[in-house]
Unconditional design. Structure first.
Length: 148
């Protein structure tokens, strides 16, 4: 294999790796959870729990309560950002409400989310950069090829 072919292969590989890095850079490892309540009678707020398995064990993420925003009749929409997630990891989340009498109610629904972009986006970013780098450097020739 001549040096030019090796150079072009190296350019494509480096382009692919740069594309992967770029996708990871622009898609942070944050999971955003959203939920809505119909009413909030007797509720003070919410705790968010996370696990790496749907069966648990679930660990509490927030030490500070996500306070209720609605009233006892209308409820509200909520948003919580899990900024401690590891990129590419799949997590399972549950909510627990803290009641005014001190009681807690863990909701049985489990929500699944992946931190960062899914793998198809990574591969697409890598292939895109690999193709761009191959195109940009396609006109590069060796001294021997220029003299011919």
């Amino acid at each position: 294999m001549n040096k030019l072919v090796l150079y072009r292969v190296l350019v494509v590989i480096v382009g692919f790796m740069l594309g992967l890095a770029l996708v990871r850079l622009v898609t942070p490892a944050t999971v955003t959870l959203e939920w809505e309540t119909a009413s909030e009678v007797g509720s003070l707020g919410f705790y968010v729990y996370r696990a790496t398995s749907p069966d648990g064990p679930f660990e509490q993420l927030n030490q500070e309560l996500v306070p209720v925003q609605g009233d006892s009749l209308t409820g509200a929409r909520y948003l919580y950002r899990d900024t401690t997630a590891r990129w590419g990891q799949v997590y399972y989340y549950q909510l627990e409400s803290l009641e005014q009498d001190g009681g807690r109610q863990r909701y049985p629904d489990v929500v699944t989310a992946r931190a960062g972009a899914d793998w198809p986006w990574l591969v697409a970013g890598g292939l895109g950069m690999a193709l761009c780098s191959a195109f940009v450097f396609s006109g590069v020739t060796t001294d021997k090829e220029q003299k011919a």
